[in-house]
Design a protein around this ligand. Structure first.
Ligand SMILES: [Fe+2]
Length: 225
């Protein structure tokens, strides 16, 4: 049983070589299960109309559609920059909250993040994002790291730059692994890391590719970070 877990493409406009590379790989050699772990689109940087019309999203749609028709399952965990997503935006993919497979719990990871998943701030923020995006988007960019900035905290700098959001989120996810006796994999934090048989952050797919490959319960990081 082979599963590929890829997250955080943040598609909002234009062509994206990383999206093409990922979709080509999946289509050439489909795993038994493909899981898109959230932040596949980016509603902070574009409306769903922009996203659905852009070539990168159309490439993701064609890949999902092809897998579906070839009989390979694909699932989409539509958090947190995917807010407002509808199943018809990615036909062929099944929308789910999380996936448990081969001893791993695959999540987006925002639910472990102190600034989003654990407090009432997320309810307020999501109401504003849906109803008053002209307020929410500037607010977000003033007070929070944008996905583009978080990309700097990848495997190359992870040991040199402590970041409260990443470290606390990863720690809460590790606690979830202990509590559930499952290995936990997240995206969201954009910080590629693997602690075998315990915890993983699959990284991101903005400017490069990163994903988690799980074969019969054993995980490895893949891509070209
Ligand atoms: Fe992200």
């Amino acid at each position: 049983m082979k599963t590929i877990f890829a997250t955080d493409f943040h598609i909002h406009h234009g062509q994206r070589p990383e999206v093409n590379a990922f979709c080509d790989m999946i289509e050439d050699c489909p795993p038994d299960l493909t899981v898109l772990g959230g932040d596949i689109a980016d509603r902070w940087q574009g409306t769903w109309k922009d996203i659905l019309e852009c070539p990168a999203w159309k490439r993701m749609q064609s890949m999902a559609n092809q897998l579906y028709h070839r009989g390979y399952p694909i699932m989409w965990i539509p958090y947190n920059h995917d807010y407002g997503a509808k199943p018809e935006y990615l036909p062929g993919a099944e929308m789910v909250d999380r996936v448990i497979i081969d001893g791993w719990m695959l999540c987006h990871g925002w639910e472990f993040s102190l600034d989003w998943g654990l407090g009432p701030v997320d309810n307020v923020a999501y109401w504003m994002a849906r109803n008053k995006p002209e307020w929410m988007i500037p607010f977000y960019h003033k007070f929070f790291k944008t996905p583009g900035q978080l990309v700097n905290y990848d495997a190359r700098t992870y040991r040199e730059k402590w970041h409260w959001k990443i470290e606390t989120g990863h720690s809460i996810a590790r606690m979830k692994a202990q509590e559930t006796n499952l290995n936990v994999a997240v995206g969201h934090f954009h910080t590629r890391i693997l602690e075998p048989d315990f915890f993983a952050d699959a990284g991101h797919n903005v400017g490069s590719n990163s994903w988690l490959v799980i074969v019969d319960g054993k995980a490895a990081l893949g891509g070209t970070p």
